[in-house]
Design a protein around this ligand. Structure first.
Ligand code: ADP
Ligand code: MG
Length: 258
């Protein structure tokens, strides 16, 4: 379980997250959505414990701020928004690196670590890429390697920041299908609301750092909520029970009635 309660995060005078509550139940995939600058990445970094805020962040029954870095790595793995590339390593080496988060000092990899890395690669479908250089992989392949690295860490919680950025349609669906199928408690930032509708169990909509809606995708992805937040007209169709949105056709509905 991942939970925040009354979470407020400031950068100097900027309030990036304001009194935000969120709950990702065990094994569920929670999507964080909202326009640029609405506080999604800040919220994710705070859950990870990389920045501190007012209020509480809990993982299972523990406050994240009370955990040591090593304990955090045991619990939470992360696929960050922009991973620095240019690492002189193969896919195998970078997945194995996921094990180092839970190792101390200069200890060496053990057979356990190699087994975990192998299993993670199988699960993410990248075993055949093991010997390839990460810089030579396509965006979708590289993203799956990063997910394998996070899985190798062996954590029960996974955080992802816009994991489908720069990927073509097929890879977007492939990556999110993979993420949704994992038996982990997951919080993922997503830009694409139609992908969020399809692959998340719950959504939290942020606007100016505030949670403006939370719940099942069908309850959050409603034009009345989205139009004032994104400032664009929204029409919704439901396809096989999945809400899908079309943007920018016609004027947004009037916000004020008088
Ligand atoms: P999102 O991920 O939804 O685009 P962010 O969490 O990155 O939003 O940003 C939320 C707000 O905090 C924005 O107003 C942004 O300009 C500000 N912000 C983000 N990171 C920093 C930082 N390191 N220093 C100062 N302000 C920041
Ligand atoms: Mg962001």
């Amino acid at each position: 379980m991942i939970g925040t309660r009354g979470l407020t995060v400031r950068y100097g005078r900027t309030v990036a997250v304001a009194d935000a509550d969120l709950v990702a139940a065990d094994g569920r995939t929670l999507g964080l959505i909202g326009p640029n600058g609405s506080g999604k990445s800040t919220m994710l970094r705070t859950i990870l414990g990389a920045i501190d805020g007012e209020g509480t962040v809990t993982v299972d029954d523990d406050l994240v701020r009370d955990l040591t870095p090593r304990q955090r790595a045991d619990r939470i793995a992360v696929v960050a928004q922009e991973e620095p590339s240019g690492l002189p390593s193969t896919a195998w080496d970078s997945v194995l690196l996921g094990r180092s988060a839970r190792m101390s000092g200069w200890s060496r990899y053990r057979p356990d670590d190699e087994r975990a890395a192998q299993q993670a690669m199988d699960r993410a479908g990248v075993t055949h890429l093991a010997h390839r250089h990460v810089d030579d992989l396509s965006g979708g392949e590289r993203q799956r390697v990063l997910i394998a690295r996070a899985l190798a860490q062996g954590s029960t919680h996974l955080l992802l920041d816009e994991p489908t950025n720069h990927l073509d349609v097929r890879y977007q669906h492939e990556i999110l299908g993979l993420v949704h199928g994992l038996p982990l408690t997951t919080v993922t930032v997503l830009h694409d609301l139609n992908l969020a509708a399809r692959y998340c169990d719950e959504l939290v909509l942020l606007h100016g750092g505030h949670v403006v809606a939370a719940g099942a995708p069908a309850d959050v992805l409603v034009p009345e909520l989205l139009e004032p937040v994104y400032e664009i007209s929204v029409r919704r169709l439901d396809v096989d029970g999945v809400p899908q949105l079309v943007f920018g056709l016609g004027a947004p509905r009037p916000q004020d009635r008088w």
